[in-house]
Design a protein around this ligand. Structure first.
Ligand SMILES: Nc1ncnc2c1ncn2[C@@H]1O[C@H](COP(=O)(O)OP(=O)(O)O)[C@@H](O)[C@H]1O
Ligand SMILES: [Mg+2]
Length: 285
């Protein structure tokens, strides 16, 4: 039977959730959405039903959070609770029904990003853990890990700095670059704490799209085949403390899965096309 981190939402029956709950976590701009776009067709080609979901997509709270963010008016605790509401709504109305129907649920962030954001904004760590203790424990949490020095160019050359991703609400500054660096450094340190506590599987997000994708694919194939996890990658030292050369040379050892999930070219063709399109997009940016 599935477990939660403590509390159980009223009316929630934890039995008979035969699907798999797979979380992709990581900071703003690290490449989560890009990877989920590739993972979904790869899983569907294997005949699996997939639900992909992400924060702010709930019917109940998604639009409200968007409007609140545009107005920058909510207090920190209120905003945190708004996110928790969004999560609870998606858990009850999307994630649990999909798990009962045997889907692979791929979620772009889970409670950990929400916890990290609340904690760096000064929320009490125990309060935050209690607030999210109704969350289901996932089958795997893949953490796309990057250092701030590698993250900055990725964000600059894609969508640029954004008010919330730069933590401008807590580090107001004339210079968004300074805020972004400061805020993301704090956030990454908090992610590293959570990685240990919640047993994240760490994937080095600094290499190219395909390498990151292969790491994720091997990890997910292992989860779906029910093989046990092997130790992957140490989360110390903190990425911000690493020399950039050391970070770029880092190689993640993925466990041998015995049977690679998608070894035949036919099986990976749509994914290969998507990768090529993504790479073209990068080149033209
Ligand atoms: N491994 C990678 N190497 C280089 N650029 C990447 C990589 N992964 C993603 N990107 C680029 O970084 C930008 C942000 O990616 P995105 O998937 O939107 O991030 P997130 O969903 O985590 O915020 C996009 O322009 C994407 O093409
Ligand atoms: Mg995204």
């Amino acid at each position: 039977m599935r477990e939660t981190y403590g509390a159980i939402l009223p009316g929630m029956n934890l039995a008979e959730m035969t699907g798999k709950l797979i979380v992709v976590e990581g900071t703003d701009g690290v490449g989560r959405s890009t990877q989920i776009k590739l993972l979904r067709p790869w899983l569907e080609q294997q005949g699996r039903a997939v639900l992909d979901t992400a924060i702010k997509r709930s019917e109940l709270a998604g639009n409200g959070i968007q409007q609140a963010q545009e107005g920058h008016t909510l207090g920190r605790i209120t905003l945190s609770l708004f996110y928790a509401t969004d999560f609870a709504d998606r858990l009850e109305h999307e994630i649990v029904p999909a798990l009962r129907a045997g889907f692979v649920v791929l979620t772009d962030r889970y409670i950990y990003s929400l916890m990290a954001r609340a904690i760096v904004r000064g929320a009490d760590a125990t309060w935050v853990r209690n607030a999210y203790s109704f969350a289901l424990k996932p089958d795997a949490i893949f953490y796309l890990r990057i250092g701030v020095d590698d993250l900055i160019p990725r964000v600059v050359f894609s969508r640029g700095f954004d008010y919330w991703e730069s933590g401008m609400d807590i580090h107001p500054s004339e210079d968004m670059y300074d805020s972004f660096r400061k805020y993301q450094t704090e956030l990454l340190a908090e992610f590293d704490n959570l990685a240990k506590e919640f047993n994240f599987e760490v994937i080095d997000a600094t290499p190219d799209l395909r390498t990151v994708f292969e790491g994720l694919r091997a990890g997910i194939a292992r989860v779906l085949s029910g093989e046990p996890r092997e130790p992957l990658f140490s989360v110390t030292p903190s990425p911000s403390a690493e020399a950039p050369e050391a970070a770029s040379k880092k190689v993640v050892e993925m466990p041998a899965t015995g049977k690679p999930a998608a070894s035949s070219e036919d099986e990976t063709q749509p994914v290969a096309q998507a990768l090529a399109r993504a790479a073209e997009g990068d080149a033209t940016r």
